[in-house]
Design a protein around this ligand. Sequence first.
Ligand SMILES: [Zn+2]
Length: 74
Amino acid sequence: MARGFWSWYEKFNSVVRTFTGPAQLGAGHPEAPDIRRADAACPICGRPMTEHVVERSADQRTASRLVCPAPRAA
Ligand SMILES: [Zn+2]
């Protein structure tokens, strides 16, 4: 039963691929390495990311935390 279904599935896919073509991979344009600046602004507070502290937990159950620096006194 399962073998019959698989051969039907393979035939069905070979017919479908005649008009869809193979799977499309990539972003659709030339891609380059994603180079990010170290002093990029934090999306939360706007301060440079180099002023932040990342708290990484010892176990895998607790998520990492990003600690924003204290706001500047106005
Ligand atoms: Zn921040």
